[in-house]
Design a binder for this molecule. Structure first.
Ligand SMILES: NC(=O)c1ccc[n+]([C@@H]2O[C@H](COP(=O)([O-])OP(=O)(O)OC[C@H]3O[C@@H](n4cnc5c(N)ncnc54)[C@H](O)[C@@H]3O)[C@@H](O)[C@H]2O)c1
Length: 271
């Protein structure tokens, strides 16, 4: 199958081979896409992305996603590389200094909170704004950002990332309502199962979260590879009328109240 044959796009956030974006990059290439990879200068220096890019003949452009000038250079560089506008963009960026420094939600450091929101949510607005003002996306282009169900329901340990994800999802709807009529560009978030990546591992109690979600998901947790399979469909022409949606990709977790297995465990406990 070459679902993305002839399509071109930018993939942000591939840090190492555990990253969701890394898997999306592999899958997009396998589906025939031409991609530009980007991450911060620091992570490019420290991580293996350049090697991956060299092995696959992809262009890499360093950009801090909170910096408008660097985003402008990224989009200009991608247009130059592709010879004009392109078709898809993946936003796969998240970081919370409060999570990293173990500041609990009831005692957040507000400078850190500003950073969390800037890196994990406003960067999406800045990226969309840059794409829009440069008219960098082709008609029926597709933009996908990654989110987590903690935007809608509380999950202990997810901290201020929950606020960032709620804002990210709101930006998706607000910009989708503008980019749709203007250029037929669709914008969606994929709400992924907990996944053992570098960012994922930073969340307090991640191991328990993974096990709990696995138990409560009728299909089990979705892996990063599963996520990549889903995301390439959202970049393809088969999903052209899907926009402004938060799409759960979580083995059914988001629709579960009580499973039969959990009910049985509970009955044993109370007996
Ligand atoms: N791992 C999970 O459990 C999980 C679940 C749902 C959603 N997500 C989301 O998936 C996305 C990707 O995370 P991941 O789990 O693959 O982890 P990851 O650590 O592999 O990826 C996070 C990426 O963000 C990049 N980044 C951080 N600050 C940046 C900045 N200023 N500019 C540009 N890039 C920057 C990092 O370099 C890294 O590549 C994030 O939005 C995350 O919140 C993850």
């Amino acid at each position: 199958m070459e679902l993305l044959k002839g399509k071109k796009g930018i993939i942000t956030g591939a840090l190492n081979d555990k990253s969701i974006a890394w898997k999306v990059a592999e899958r997009a290439l396998a589906e025939g896409a031409d991609i530009v990879l980007t991450n911060t200068a620091l992570s490019l220096r420290m991580g293996p992305l350049q090697e991956f890019a060299d092995a696959h003949g992809c262009k890499v452009i360093a950009a801090d996603a909170t910096n408008l000038e660097e985003l402008a250079a990224l989009v200009d560089g991608a247009m130059e590389h592709f010879g004009g506008p392109f078709d898809f963009v993946l936003h796969s960026i998240g970081m919370s200094p409060n999570v990293r420094k173990n500041k609990p939600y009831e005692a957040l450091n507000y400078d850190f909170l500003n950073k969390t929101l800037d890196i994990s949510a406003l960067s999406f607005h800045k990226l969309l704004h840059t794409l829009y003002t440069k008219d960098a996306l082709r008609e029926w282009g597709s933009v996908v950002a990654l989110t987590y169900i903690a935007a809608e329901r509380t999950f202990v340990g997810y901290n201020d990332m929950a606020d960032a994800k709620a804002l990210l999802q709101s930006i998706t709807r607000s910009f989708g309502a503008i980019y749709g009529p203007a250029r037929h560009v669709r914008i969606n978030t994929v709400s992924q199962s907990p996944t053992a990546t570098t960012a994922g591992q930073g969340i307090a109690g991640m191991e328990d979260m993974l096990k709990y979600a696995e138990r409560m998901s009728p299909l089990g947790n979705a892996t990063a590879d599963d996520c990549a399979d889903y995301i390439v469909t959202l970049f393809s022409d088969y999903t052209r009328k899907v926009t402004m949606q938060n799409l759960y990709h979580d083995g059914g977790f988001s629709s579960v109240g009580l499973t039969a297995a959990e009910a049985a465990t509970f009955q044993e406990e109370v007996r």
